[in-house]
Design a protein around this ligand. Structure first.
Ligand code: HEM
Length: 474
């Protein structure tokens, strides 16, 4: 293989590859962005790594990432095979959506998921109403904390997870519900199980997964989580009436009932669990972490918080619940939310892609089947685009007249064919939750407590370190 790699004369440069392990010893898998920054300085915006025998190319900076994901969208639309998920039920005919190979089943499922999410609320409560209702529940729960300092993590996770549970299973849980608490803990621990050297190694040397009991031991929470989702789906099926579509699961069951062709297109029993689980995983942690970043930045920058308060008072007032229609009249608040996403940078390395065919990028040759890492941090903090890349500066999204503008390098949801399919929902949640909370409360650092840390910790997502706040009613 070493020979073959040398034969590709225009293959991107990278650190020297050692026998068997490749470049793995040179990457800090607990903080990959630090290693990537080092390599980028040495080798440029497109560099190569080698995870044992697997070729990996890392793309950096807005121009490079855009050229790959937007201009050569199909060339980069595949996903690498990730054997660590096999024990959860992911396989040839049931790949979910997120890690599905680029092909017919993925296309059908993506189209179905987008349409079903979009159509929600026809006849019943609209998606916006559901989000707004949940934001109201969150405000009540925060009010019950009274004067006490508290860590908002659990309440915010509860609320955001409820939105997606409501869409997929037609259910929301009370914040104190023990089952719900268990689900959220499993979620968080599942993400931790994916980080570090070992999962990377198991993906490229899958034979190690045959060691009896190993996957069950390392990925215990992920397995428990999938079992949990299976139970939710099972209970749901028992009460299904084909004449009436209550939620995403019902819509999926309806597709499954269409028979063999539907099954070929991915609408089968095990995929029902995996697709709904994908939505739950992708839709909860990401949005709730962003909202926790938003509250943290409000604590750290009270003068920005006060400008948001002023805009809310002017456009919405103190009583009427915010709606999406208010967004166009609230450029400052909108800019703050975008800046939270840019600085929070919550999916720093994106989700791995794979080249679908041999391709070229900025003169480099990248063969079919190469794993591609899109370094989204390098886009959201690209020094050639952002005026103050390392600072929280909402003016990045405002022009000289105070109107909202969205620079093209704002890519927290990635871009191209595999771009986040929950982008519209996430944006709605962020706007409605944030403005509802800010309408009702002023968030302050509790007396006597140190200023919370502004840096993040990495566990697939970038999260804020735990912090406490006090919510003062307005
Ligand atoms: C994929 C970000 C919310 C569902 C992704 C990707 C990113 C991302 C970076 C990878 C795209 C790529 O491979 O190039 C975010 C952020 C969110 C968010 C920052 C919130 C602030 C959501 C929500 C849902 C969702 C609410 C569900 C309703 C998905 C799915 C994929 C995905 C299913 C895989 C798409 C595919 O492979 O075709 N997201 N996401 N996300 N996201 Fe999100």
């Amino acid at each position: 293989f070493m020979k073959r790699r040398k034969n590709w004369s225009r293959y991107p440069p990278g650190p020297v590859s050692l026998p068997f392990v490749g470049t793995m010893p040179f990457v800090n898998y607990n903080n990959p962005h630090l290693s990537f920054e080092k390599f980028r300085k040495k080798f440029g915006n497109i560099f190569s790594l080698q995870n044992c025998w697997t070729n990996v190319v890392v793309l950096n900076g807005y121009k490079t990432v855009k050229e790959a994901l937007v201009n050569k969208s199909e060339d980069f639309a595949d996903r690498p095979y990730l054997p660590i998920y096999e024990h959860l039920g992911y396989g040839h005919k049931s790949e979910g959506v997120i890690i599905a190979r680029y092909g017919r089943a993925w296309k059908e499922l993506r189209k179905f998921s987008l349409t079903t999410l979009r159509n929600f609320g026809m006849g019943k409560k609209s998606l916006e109403e559901r989000v707004s209702e949940e934001a109201g529940f969150l405000c009540s729960a925060i009010s019950s904390e009274g004067d006490r300092p508290f860590n908002p993590r659990i309440l915010v996770n509860n609320a955001i997870c409820n939105v997606i549970c409501n869409i997929t299973y037609g259910e929301r849980f009370d914040y104190g519900d023990e089952t719900f608490k268990k689900l959220l803990t499993l979620f968080e621990n599942s993400l931790h199980e994916e980080v570090g050297f070992l999962p990377q190694l198991l993906n490229v040397v899958p034979i190690l997964l045959r060691i009896p009991g190993l996957p069950q031991k390392i990925f215990r929470c992920q397995k428990e989580y999938i079992n949990f989702v299976e139970k939710l789906v099972y209970m749901h099926k028992k009460t299904w009436n084909p004449a009436y579509t209550r939620d995403f699961t019902d819509a999926f069951l309806k597709e499954m009932a269409k028979g063999k062709e539907a099954e070929e297109n991915g609408f089968n029993k095990s995929n029902l669990t995996l697709v709904t689980s994908d939505l739950l995983v992708a839709g909860s942690e990401t949005t709730s972490t962003t909202l926790r970043w938003a509250l943290l930045f409000m604590l750290l920058y009270p003068e920005i918080q006060s400008k948001v308060h002023k805009e809310i008072d002017k456009v919405i007032g103190r009583n009427r619940p915010p709606t999406m229609a208010d967004q166009v009249n609230m450029p400052y608040t909108n800019a703050v939310i975008h800046e939270v996403q840019r600085c929070g940078d919550i999916v720093p390395m994106g989700v791995p892609h794979m080249t679908y065919r041999d391709t070229e990028l900025q003169g480099f040759f990248i063969p079919k089947g190469t794993t591609i890492i899109t370094n989204l941090t390098s886009v959201l903090k690209d020094e050639t685009v952002w005026k103050k890349p390392k600072e929280f500066y909402p003016e990045h999204f405002l022009n000289e007249n105070g109107q909202f503008v969205r620079p093209e390098a704002f890519l927290p949801f990635s871009a191209g064919r595999r771009a986040c399919l929950g982008e519209q929902l996430a944006k709605m949640e962020l706007f409605i939750f944030f403005t509802t909370l800010m309408q009702k409360f002023t968030f302050v650092i509790p007396e006597g407590q140190p200023r919370p840390r502004e840096d993040s910790y990495f566990a697939f997502t970038n999260s804020p370190h735990p912090y406490q706040l006090r919510a003062v009613p307005r």
